[in-house]
Design a protein around this ligand. Structure first.
Ligand SMILES: [Zn+2]
Ligand SMILES: [Zn+2]
Length: 376
């Protein structure tokens, strides 16, 4: 059960069948184009095309692979356009399934590329010359969190492989919060929603009451919220704040970047918020059982969508980063503290909040979130 009511029935069917849905017209002038993601259980990213006089704007682009490029071109042709007709690429965030083809699209069509400045800042280090420094920072962060010497190398380099799927392309336009983009026929505003990445944005079509939500709000999956070298601070607090901001918007239908489109944004926001409350609660009980544990040790005791030995590579690093994000939120709320290096954590048992996972009625949703499987 989820609060999100399916509106993209064909997309939801394809998700259940393990296939890729077709390109579809969501409403007049607005198209959804699934672009495949190679070797990834998420399977596809939903690129949206908004018709303009003499061309289209796209929201997100897909991974930089030949297959994705073909699929994007094929989808645009269903809508009556060519790759050369793309006038701008509005990118929700820096991850390769969203930003990957932006540079190639610009080369092919002269499109301008838009990205939030907080993500634009990360590009050179992530995909360019600064990568050595990033790897070194990642290694020391993992060591500080107790990742043992024989694992730290594997986790540090877990995401280097994805760089080949992004061509480094600086954006032409920095998308600031509240900005109204000049797209004839569309009343489109930028909503900064940090958490999943520091510069994540959603796009609100105010007159149509539609939200293009990127990875921030998906119908069934909770996006990965992790502390890592490029995302220090308290990203879970940012994410929860960003969720609450969406409540101020009038939205009838949500067009997410994965899975399927849906109605019921407020309910889904509520569900995601509760999900993280329960994860915090689970974390506090692990801290009770293992006082003085490192983040690495705590992560292994948390519930994941599969047994810990099967959480490997990039997933394992994401799990450690996500555990750390929850610990840091507890620290900020004075419900936990740490000492030493590597950091050892202690919970403040007296500051427990309500909403335990074993409350009547709560179990179903907890299970659903944990069994969600692939995560963006
Ligand atoms: Zn993402
Ligand atoms: Zn994604």
């Amino acid at each position: 059960m989820t609060a999100a009511e399916v509106t993209g029935a064909a997309q939801a069917r394809a998700w259940a069948d393990g296939t890729i849905p077709g390109t579809e017209r969501v409403r007049p002038g607005l198209w959804s184009i699934p672009v495949p993601i190679p070797r990834n259980p998420l399977r596809y990213v939903l690129v949206y095309a908004l018709e303009l006089p003499g061309g289209v704007a796209v929201v997100d682009t897909g991974w930089s692979t030949e297959e994705a490029w073909q699929a994007l071109g094929d989808g645009l042709r269903v809508a009556g356009y060519e790759l050369g007709d793309v006038r701008c690429a509005l990118v929700t965030h820096i991850h390769p399934d969203h930003y990957g083809l932006a540079g190639r699209l610009r080369e092919a069509s002269g499109a301008w590329v838009g990205l939030h400045p907080a993500d634009a800042e990360l590009l050179p280090q992530r995909y360019g010359v600064g990568v050595e420094e990033l790897v070194a920072q990642m290694r020391s962060l993992l060591e500080l969190n107790g990742v043992p010497a024989d694992v730290v190398g594997e986790l540090t380099e877990a995401s280097l492989g994805i760089r080949e799927f992004v061509a480094l392309a600086e954006p032409d336009v920095l998308l600031e919060d509240g900005m109204r983009l000049d797209l004839p026929g569309w009343d489109l505003r930028v909503v900064h929603t940090p958490g999943h990445s520091p510069g994540h944005v959603c796009f609100h079509l105010a007159d149509q009451r539609v939200l293009l939500s990127g990875d921030h709000v998906l119908p069934r999956i909770s996006p990965n919220i992790a502390v890592h070298a490029q995302q220090p601070g308290n990203p879970l607090a940012s994410f929860l704040d960003s969720l609450q901001r969406l409540r101020l918007l009038e939205v009838e239908e949500v067009l997410p970047a994965h899975q399927w489109r849906f109605r019921g944004l407020a309910g889904r926001v509520e569900e995601l918020t509760r999900h993280h409350q329960r994860r915090l609660e689970e974390l506090l009980s692990v801290l009770d059982q293992l006082p003085g544990a490192t983040c690495w040790e705590i992560a292994q005791r948390m519930t994941w969508s599969r047994p810990w030995p099967e959480v490997t590579g990039h997933m394992r690093r994401a799990a450690v980063g996500e555990t750390l994000a929850h610990l840091i939120l507890l620290l900020a709320r004075a419900q936990a503290q740490h000492t030493g290096a590597p950091q050892r954590w202690l919970g403040q048992a007296s500051s427990r909040t309500a909403n335990r996972c074993d409350e009547p009625g709560a179990r179903g949703e907890c299970r659903e979130q944990r069994e969600a499987g692939p995560r963006p």
